[in-house]
Design a protein around this ligand. Structure first.
Ligand code: FPP
Length: 265
């Protein structure tokens, strides 16, 4: 067992095996409210508190990158206006209220998605929080806002087409980009592939989230609803992740040894 977190907390999570980037699909806010006979909006409000708790835990464990699916393109277009309006208010107040804590904890806030479609006051607070935290380097907290992975990939292709039309890229250049080079055209070229994707509320779907980046991501689905997702649930997911063997399409050394004993390769 590792000693655990840089904050000195002894945890049964080997620091060297922890994921470097965790992505979260925060599902079940509505169900959480419904089972309590509360308005859906309260589910989102409590969901924002979970996001805060999870961020603190990840920071204390020294995880350098976390990405939350806060609002999908589909949510933005298809939810009732009152709900989207409430989410916008919640987001705006979060962006203001978290600034101090982000700065104190050396956390950089970034957004991906079509933020131009968000209300002007939300965009302004987002830009300000991104600006204030842009030199912070211990952790990136990324919010996917009005985000869709297919749209992100299409946008990348459109950027490449623009470069080609301007004579700055040939077909051979595009092929030579490879997977790493293609990343430059995605929404955040600095984003690494998530090692772990956590989805709450028992749904087994990617829901158009980080499709390019999650090709080899380990997935953890919990029945817990997002507003109930707290440190013990996160630690459980992390323990499971630490015990998994990541093979990226290869054969594990143990299996290889079993199949090809020395001298019989
Ligand atoms: C899915 O639950 C969740 C969302 C559409 C919004 C997620 C937003 C938050 C957790 C809080 C806001 C974030 C910030 C950064 C302030 P759902 O409503 O679809 O749940 P259901 O499937 O049970 O109805």
């Amino acid at each position: 067992m590792g000693e655990g977190a840089p904050d000195g907390t002894r945890v049964d999570l080997p620091a060297e095996k922890l994921p470097r980037h965790i992505a979260f699909i925060m599902d079940g806010n509505g169900r959480w409210a419904r089972t309590r006979g509360l308005p859906r909006l309260l589910g989102h409000e409590n969901g924002a508190s979970s996001l805060r708790r999870v961020t603190r835990r990840c920071r204390s464990l020294g995880i350098p990158e976390i990405t939350f699916f806060a609002l999908s393109t589909e949510n933005f277009q298809r939810r009732p206006k009152t709900e989207v309006g409430f989410l916008m208010k919640l987001l705006k107040s979060y962006l203001v209220s978290e600034r101090e804590e982000l700065l104190e904890n050396d956390i950089r806030l970034k957004a991906v998605g079509d933020v131009e479609a968000l209300p002007a006051d939300v965009r302004a607070e987002l830009a300000e929080t991104e600006r204030l935290t842009r030199d912070r380097g211990s952790m990136v907290l990324r919010l996917a806002l009005n985000y869709g992975a297919r749209q992100e990939i299409l946008e990348a292709v459109a950027r490449i087409a623009r470069e080609a039309r301007a004579g700055r890229l040939t077909e051979e250049d595009v092929r030579a980009l490879g997977e790493r080079g293609f990343r430059r055209y995605l929404a955040d070229p600095e984003m690494t592939d998530p090692d772990l994707l956590i989805r709450t509320a028992g749904e087994y779907r990617l829901s158009n989230f980080l499709l390019w980046q999650c090709s080899y991501t380990e997935i953890w689905v919990t029945q817990e609803l997002w507003p109930d997702f707290d440190v013990p649930q996160l630690d459980e997911a992390l323990r499971a992740y630490c015990s998994r063997e990541r093979k990226y399409g290869a054969v594990s050394p143990a299996d290889l040894a079993a199949r090809c004993p020395q001298g019989h390769a």
